[in-house]
Design a protein around this ligand. Structure first.
Ligand code: E4P
Length: 238
């Protein structure tokens, strides 16, 4: 299937560039937004709260995930409650463990029970999915972000794991699985195929949405023209 209008999966944009995010907000295929400290650092953001609040002023009506960055659970909790207070559409990203490999499961349960919308992030195993799904329960809408692309980076096919993750979440109708860290546009269709609820896609990959379903003869010709134009621009001679 190569028709965006027929997709059931929701596409979220993953990024940290204000202009790019605001441009994508105009795109009807973008149902929500995510960011993370690595993307924010790459974009040169220094004022975390100022950046987030500016985005939320412009985008008050689609889910937006912002991540805590402490390595201590009590401080993560404080940050989570603060971030959650910035808007009704905010989801707080909690990493599945801290850097000492200690599970965030107790904090996740506490925050979910308190009604905080969470996006538990950086999961890569089914054991993590089961534990976090049980901790989240069904009190409040939540996301579980499994980093399918990073799993694929290790030479493993993420499809069977992602398929099983969908099944693990299925008893909880307020939990949605996010296919995180896609590596190519085709992953949107992979995620759709296994019934994943959401895929979060970087701005670079999203630029390719306009060529979904493009005629391959036309695309081949565009490619030939690109080589010819660039050779002319470079002034090559032999
Ligand atoms: C998701 O929310 C993450 O921000 C993102 O998918 C991370 O992807 P990466 O593996 O490209 O860092």
């Amino acid at each position: 299937m190569t028709n965006l209008d027929k997709l059931k999966i929701k596409i979220f944009a993953d990024g940290a560039e204000l202009d790019g995010i605001l441009e994508l907000y105009k795109n009807r295929y973008i149902a929500g937004f995510t960011t993370n400290p690595t993307l924010m650092n790459k974009s040169g953001i220094k004022d975390y709260e100022g950046f987030a609040r500016k985005l939320l002023e412009h985008i008050p009506d689609r889910p937006f995930s912002f991540e805590v960055f402490s390595d201590e659970f009590d401080e993560m909790e404080r940050q989570a409650l603060k971030i959650a207070s910035w808007g009704k559409n905010v989801y707080v990203k909690i990493p599945v463990t801290n850097t000492r490999r200690e599970s965030s499961v107790n904090l996740v349960k506490k925050l979910a029970d308190a009604g905080v919308q969470l996006n538990v992030t950086a999961l890569m195993t089914l054991e993590q999915v089961s534990d976090i799904s049980a901790a989240l329960g069904n009190n409040v809408p939540s996301y579980i972000s499994v980093f399918a692309g990073r799993i694929a980076d290790t030479g493993r096919d993420p499809m069977p794991l992602m398929k099983r993750a969908v099944e693990i979440l299925s008893p909880h109708n307020k939990q949605e699985l996010i296919w995180a860290s896609p590596r190519e546009l085709l992953n949107i269709f992979h995620a759709e195929e296994i019934g994943c609820h959401i895929i979060t896609v970087t701005h670079d990959i999203l630029k390719k949405l306009s060529i979904v379903g493009k005629d391959l003869d036309e695309y081949s010709l565009d490619t030939v023209k690109m080589f010819r134009d660039d050779a002319v621009k470079a002034g090559f001679s032999l």
